[in-house]
Each structure stands twice: as structure tokens, then as C-alpha cells.
Design a protein around this ligand. Structure first.
Ligand code: ADP
Length: 159
């Protein structure tokens, strides 16, 4: 089975992520969305919530699985029999870091990284910008799945 992993924090998942996940699902037998759980990083949503939001938003793709992990992506790949990572590239600003990370992952574990160019509709989009704008009343309804919008508004209203 050809399987690829799409790793990230997804705090929360955006339409830019969904675009990459859905396109990867057309190329691979299975796409595993791996939600990074990093105890030293403060997030708006817990790892369990981030997983649930992605599951709801991707339920129409039957070859997409969502899981969470702690530690190195290459260890997750080894444990799940995955030989490639897929990443979305938005702009040249993403490139330097992603290239270093890809080479490190290959050096450490022989895991390949594939880059998919972002849909230009979402080239500017990041989870942090969505959170920042939503916090101050910005309209992010076209930028995140409907279930995320609902949870984002209720979470921000609590704080
Ligand atoms: P990280 O936690 O690695 O900073 P994110 O959770 O924000 O990353 O995103 C995970 C991955 O999804 C990123 O490494 C990037 O490849 C991709 N990505 C993020 N936003 C977009 C977007 N708007 N278009 C395409 N790909 C994106």
C-alpha cells in the first residue's frame, strides 16, 4: 500500500491544509494526517481536539486517516510503515526551513519528502493568521472548514 504522512500542528486545520490533504488522497492509497503533540508548545486546541476537527473535516475522503504523535515525524513514519512525507509549500519563505528538514529526515531515516505547491487561493493562509484575525472579529469563514469555524468562535468566546 502506498501511504504518505501529512504532519503538522493543525491548530486549527485550515482550508489550505484540507486542499493539500485532499490532493494527496488522489495520489496515494492512504494519507495519514499526523497531529504533532508538543507539550512545550501552547496551542488553542488540545491534540485530541485538533484530531477530532480534522476527522470531521475530512470524513468525505475514505482513504484519509488522522492520528497524533509526539516526537520525531520519522519515528512516526517507521512505526506506521510510511516512507514519504508530504508538505505544502506556500512561498519561498517556507522553502529554506522545509528543505533543511527534508534533508535531515532523509539523512536520519531515509524518509523522502514531497512538496506540493499550495493552491494560490490559500497561499497566504496559516493557522496563526486565522487565530489572530478571528480573535479580533475578522471574518475567517472562507478560510477554515465549517466545523472549525464553529469551534473557533466558541473557544475564543470562552477566553
Ligand atoms: P507547523 O506546525 O509545521 O508549523 P502547520 O500545522 O501550520 O505547520 O501546517 C502543517 C503543514 O501544512 C505545513 O508544514 C505546510 O506544509 C502545510 N501548510 C500550512 N498551511 C498551508 C497552506 N495555506 N497551503 C498549503 N500548505 C499549507
Amino acid at each position: 500500500m502506498r501511504r504518505v504522512v501529512c504532519p503538522g500542528s493543525f491548530d486549527p486545520v485550515t482550508n489550505g491544509h484540507i486542499d493539500i490533504i485532499s490532493r494527496a488522497a488522489q495520489l496515494y492509497d492512504e494519507v495519514v494526517v499526523a497531529v504533532a503533540q508538543n507539550p512545550s508548545k501552547t496551542t488553542l486546541f488540545t491534540a485530541a481536539e485538533r484530531v477530532e476537527l480534522i476527522r470531521e473535516a475530512t470524513k468525505r475522503y475514505d482513504n484519509v486517516r488522522v492520528d497524533r504523535f509526539e516526537g520525531l515525524t520519522v519515528d512516526f513514519c517507521r512505526d506506521n510503515d510510511i516512507s514519504a512525507i508530504i508538505k505544502g509549500l506556500r512561498a519561498v519563505s517556507d522553502f529554506d526551513y522545509e528543505m533543511q528538514m527534508a534533508q535531515m529526515n532523509y539523512n536520519q531515516a531515509g524518509v523522502e519528502t514531497l512538496f506540493m505547491t499550495t493552491n494560490p487561493l490559500y497561499a497566504f493562509l496559516s493557522s496563526s493568521l486565522v487565530k489572530d484575525f478571528a480573535k479580533f472579529g475578522g471574518d475567517v469563514s472562507g478560510l477554515v472548514p465549517a466545523n472549525v469555524l464553529e469551534r473557533l468562535n466558541s473557544r475564543l468566546a470562552e477566553s
